[in-house]
Design a protein around this ligand. Sequence first.
Ligand SMILES: Cc1cc2nc3c(=O)[nH]c(=O)nc-3n(C[C@H](O)[C@H](O)[C@H](O)COP(=O)(O)OP(=O)(O)OC[C@H]3O[C@@H](n4cnc5c(N)ncnc54)[C@H](O)[C@@H]3O)c2cc1C
Length: 715
Amino acid sequence: MNRSKLAFAALLIALIAAYFAFGLGEVFRLEYFKSQQASFDAFHRQHPLQAAAIFFAIYVAVTALSLPGAAIMTIAGGAIFGLARGTLIISFASSIGATLAFLASRYVLRDAIRARFGERLRAVDAGVQRDGAFYLFTLRLVPVFPFFVVNLVMGLTPLRTWTFYWVSQVGMLAGTVVYVNAGTQIAKIESLSGILSPGLVGAFVLLGLFPLAARKSVEFFKARRAPGKWKKPSRFDRNLVVIGAGSAGLVSAYIAAAVKAKVTLVEKHRMGGDCLNTGCVPSKALIRSAKLIAQMRRAPEFGLQPAQVDFDFAEIMERVQRVVKAVAPHDSVERYSALGVECLRGEAKITSPWTVEVRAAEGTRTLSTRAIVIAAGARPFVPPVPGLDEVGYLTSDTVWGLRALPRRLIVLGGGPIGSELAQCFARLGSRVTQVEMLPRIMIREDPEISERVMQQFRREGVDVRVSHKAKRFVREGGEKLLICDHEGAEVRLVFDEVLVAVGRIANTAGYGLEELGIPVAPARTVETNEYLQTVYPNILACGDVAGPYQFTHTAAHQAWYAAVNALFGDFRKFKADYSVIPWATFTDPEVARVGLNETEARERGIAYEVTTWDIGELDRAIADGEAHGVVKVLTAPGSDRILGATIAGEHAGDLIVEYIAAMKHGIGLNRILGTIHIYPTLAEANKYAAGEWKRNHAPQRLLRWLERFHAWRRG
Ligand SMILES: Cc1cc2nc3c(=O)[nH]c(=O)nc-3n(C[C@H](O)[C@H](O)[C@H](O)COP(=O)(O)OP(=O)(O)OC[C@H]3O[C@@H](n4cnc5c(N)ncnc54)[C@H](O)[C@@H]3O)c2cc1C
């Protein structure tokens, strides 16, 4: 907490302490007011405006400081000013006072609370952002929680101040009227509890629940009404139709078949989608060959004679296809048919919320279904850089067709796909220039992690050009050139082939979204709620087409939610859980991450401690000739709770699993340290990082006492 906040908090505490120290609480008692009522009335008769102003100011101060006394003042207001004027004064004074308390709580406490519990508050924040006004209205109307608690707690949420003010004023009005009215009958009131009869409280509860109930009903009817334009079939041929047989579609169909639903999977191109045919599988197969070549070039390091590395690029690309073929049965029509999935080849189009048209060479047929899962994936994004079409380009879809190694290759893009392929082609012998407009490659990772990868790339001969923005492609004197802007200067890069890898864009056109009015989110993915439902609750989306992540494992993870919510959502729905999302980039060094890194923690204002451990010290890494890399773990301050971990080094994608499991199941670094890790393995790096954390948190004072104890025992 900074000094101005501390000073402000001290002032508030001093004011509250003064209230109690000077026994002001006595003044805010019903008996005291009754005993002084005649003089208050006399002052009010002589100076009506001043009386109102003084009363208003005291009321605001009491509520703003969260002091006890607002209820008595409300009754007193009724007694002194009458029902109409009393209500007017108190309604504004209480709302203004509450808003000041709300702002004070926000100013003094919010950052500290956010820093401590930021991650855990994300769901609460999302709820408040969505329904905050309704919740507040309910809390104001139903006097279940004390007035001041609501002010202070709401101050910690992202609720807008103006919303807080007006909802409070409207929500408290009924209660204010009841109390002020009671004040006009002051002679009959003996205690505060006498004002609210159980019947009245019950009425408030019903009134308070009304807005939430109303909202839920509106949502329910909206959901029912959305498909109203179309005629709902009286019966359905299928329980589920899944569009797209990539990672997301395959898993959705698998889950549906496993729970004995009748499910049809429609694929227009190749079973297995991107991952099998043009993504993870071919890229990892190519990485393997490229890595072997790089290792063979290091033969003398391992006590061998320098190796002659001869290869034919076309042969390597053929091996890539053999690997794809070998994995293909896992995603095949045969396998899925045997699992109980009906697999159709053809192009699917949603024609109503319950019908999907499938166009195939054999003809067109319409399937009726209770639910639909859209798993149509994504495609490479091709930026509108002038001249690109004219020079021709490769993408992650087409690069696998290459059989001649490009002599000079430009890789446009410093993300995971661009980085993996840039290093591969460099290892295979291309002169690779990697062009990235941001200040570093692999921008999602912490700067020193990107730097590690970049340094390795440069050592291997990749010409990494960061802060280079592609302006246009041209042909000059029989050569292809990319013209870039680099800090205001023009840079000209010659190449034979360019591989465009600047991101992937969801497939959202041409299969019925437009006709059904299913919105596309600003990220250009199909818009879904947390249950992965589109605006039609029986049409869901998962995988790359839905985002926010673009990985095979997140597609498969979402697919479970999409399938279960599609089939059973009428009874129970599950929110897609993104609390622990891991990923890896298979460069050398490999980079793997789960949870937060330092950059994100700072951006989100989450307090953290960092522990790093140098893999260069690890026995196994030294023995393997791979003594490089780092384990970097973020923990909550003063605790071993893991907020995130990044590993850069050999097999980082495998090593990170221990941290994924730990985060998922709430296991801290102490327990990782207390777990036996096999010697000598790379996995020991995780334990050593935990040990480093432990050393940094050793109880120094206790250790000093122990030192004395041992000295004493030695005599
Ligand atoms: C080079 C590269 C490397 C990658 N490496 C990794 C990695 O190492 N790890 C990782 O986790 N992820 C990786 N990815 C990402 C991963 O491939 C994707 O996240 C994953 O494939 C997404 O699966 P999906 O099912 O959402 O979409 P897709 O796999 O794209 O499947 C969508 C399918 O829907 C079909 N389809 C679309 N519209 C229709 C229609 N109207 N009718 C019928 N069928 C339709 C398409 O033909 C396609 O087969 C990589 C991607 C690339 C490009």
